[in-house]
Write a protein that binds this ligand. Structure first.
Ligand code: BG6
Length: 488
């Protein structure tokens, strides 16, 4: 890595859940992969009364638990990047301490200082105000990385953005959606725009509908405080699934420059047909998991999870359909669904083609010809095309076969989404970060659903944990021959 990229990192919320599970392991994997500049400094900002040794013990424990590849031999080198700054995020003095820790005498000035806000959304603005008050938005390259949720509806997102812009310029703000760092999400663009054969079929003339699924086996773990307020629509659909939708649907951008790419994504969001107030039930449905069995273990229902109100109607499952009213997609439904405590952990884009125009095999033993599918799975990674072939034998029968273009060769490195995105922040590349108009339009799209569900809040359908969600999810589909594709 060249000198340009030598930055310093400040982690707010260094002892929190996100830092332990995602951020610290990702930084550590970068160290192991030789991608972390030796001179890079990382300041862990936290409340606990520790010195550097206390921090290092904590760090080792987190990496042993959460890093996918923990190699103890890299630990000492990794530790050298860190200093622990004990402080209180609401206390002005702490930011002065931070300032002295960031610029020790005689040290080279870093190319950029990155403040990673791995904290509760309610603390975003107080921290940003303190940083600005301490002069961290002047003279120098200061960047703020902000996690979702970016607001909890359209209005609050606009308000949050105004507050941020009051202190920092848009080019300093990196809104992260870790799904954009996933290998296959980026591969979607290569798949579409580097393959003429594929791109020429990618439109309403050939495609019947698109399904985007993000299914999780896990429940809400220790996040009831946040999740019970958010629910699946805000937690997953408004951001991760909408982002995948934009990459599936967008037009080829003129270049890969951050803004041209994001312009195309915004055009998709702006073309989504607004859901009429009176028709929300036809477009979206929600449900909540009840008790059930996941991986042979009995698990409690959502309302019995620690910290959840017993009569909570927060949705842990949402299915919705959207129409993109432009030349390429007019009339093609995009079905999106996501849920917790489902049968399997999987994220996928399943694209079903139309039926062939002629029933050529009507007079043979073939009863029905299934349409083709393109099946892109983010997790586990795979890319398949399903076609029909004739079964060997004297009779005219068909069966589906899958052409599998799964691409990772043995030994090819598997990086986590966060690693790719952290490198991008260090290099100042914003292509995979969310511009505010993307957030804003995504909120506009889901806003009618939020409002309708807010009004109608005393009953919620349930599904057994460990299932594929409520059977009723089929009802948002337009045609009788459409069904949710659970297995790829
Ligand atoms: C987060 C959500 O953004 O994504 C979580 O807040 C969810 O509720 C997680 O579990 C899923 O991420 P991944 O990478 O495990 O699919």
């Amino acid at each position: 890595m060249d000198n340009q990229c030598i930055c310093q990192f400040v982690i707010f919320g260094a002892t929190g859940d996100l830092a332990s599970k995602k951020l610290l392991p990702a930084l550590y994997h970068l160290e192991c992969a030789g991608m972390m500049p030796k001179e890079m400094r990382i300041l862990a900002f936290g409340r606990r009364p520790w010195d550097d040794h206390g921090w290092q013990d904590f760090l080792r424990e987190q990496l042993e638990t959460y890093a996918t590849n923990y190699h103890p031999e890299h630990f000492d080198d990794f530790c050298r990047h860190f200093s622990y700054v004990r402080g209180e995020i609401h206390d002005k003095e702490s930011y002065q301490q931070l300032r002295s820790a960031l610029t020790p005498e005689g040290a080279d000035k870093p190319a950029a200082t990155i403040f990673y806000l791995a904290i509760r959304p309610a603390d975003f603005i107080p921290v940003v105000q303190q940083l600005s008050g301490a002069g961290f938005n002047q003279e120098g390259d200061y960047r703020i990385v902000i996690e979702k949720p970016f607001g909890d509806d359209l209005e609050s997102a606009i308000h949050l953005n105004e507050q941020l812009h009051h202190h920092f310029r848009e080019e300093q703000i990196y809104r992260i959606d870790h799904y954009l760092g996933k290998e296959i999400v980026q591969n979607l663009m290569v798949y579409r725009f580097a393959n003429l054969a594929i791109e020429s079929l990618w439109n309403r003339n050939y495609i019947d509908h698109v399904q985007i699924t993000v299914a999780e086996k896990g429940g809400i773990e220790s996040r009831a405080g946040y999740y019970d307020q958010a629910g699946a629509l805000r937690d997953m659909l408004q951001n991760h699934l909408m982002q995948i939708l934009t990459l599936v649907a967008m037009e080829p951008p003129p270049s890969l420059e951050a803004d041209t790419l994001r312009d195309e994504k915004v055009k998709v969001l702006r073309s989504i047909r607004p859901i009429p107030k009176s028709a929300v039930t036809a477009y979206a449905m929600r449900a909540q998991y009840g008790p059930g069995v996941v991986d042979d273990q009995h698990v409690p229902g959502y309302q019995d999870e620690a910290g959840v109100e017993t009569n909570s109607v927060t949705e842990t499952y949402v299915a919705a359909k959207f129409y993109i009213d432009n030349w390429r997609w007019r009339g093609v439904p995009f079905y999106l669904r996501t849920g917790k405590r489902l049968e399997n952990k999987t994220s996928s884009v399943a694209i079903r083609f139309r039926h062939t125009p002629q029933q050529l095999f009507r007079e043979t033993s073939i009863e029905k010809i299934e349409p083709n599918w393109i099946l892109l799975s983010l997790e586990p990674e795979s890319m398949k095309t399903e076609i029909q072939i004739k079964e060997p034998g004297l009779e005219m029968r068909v069966r589906p076969v899958q052409l599998n273009a799964s691409y990772r060769k043995d030994g090819e490195q598997e990086l986590d989404a966060y690693e790719a995105l952290l490198l991008d922040v260090m290099e100042g590349d914003k292509a995979l970060f969310i511009r505010f108009d993307e957030v804003e339009w995504a909120w506009r799209v889901v806003d009618p659903i939020i409002k309708a569900w807010g009004r109608d809040s005393d009953y919620i359908l349930t599904y057994p944990a460990g299932s594929w969600g409520p059977d009723e999810a089929i009802r948002i589909m337009d045609k009788e021959d459409q069904y949710w594709r659970n297995h790829l």
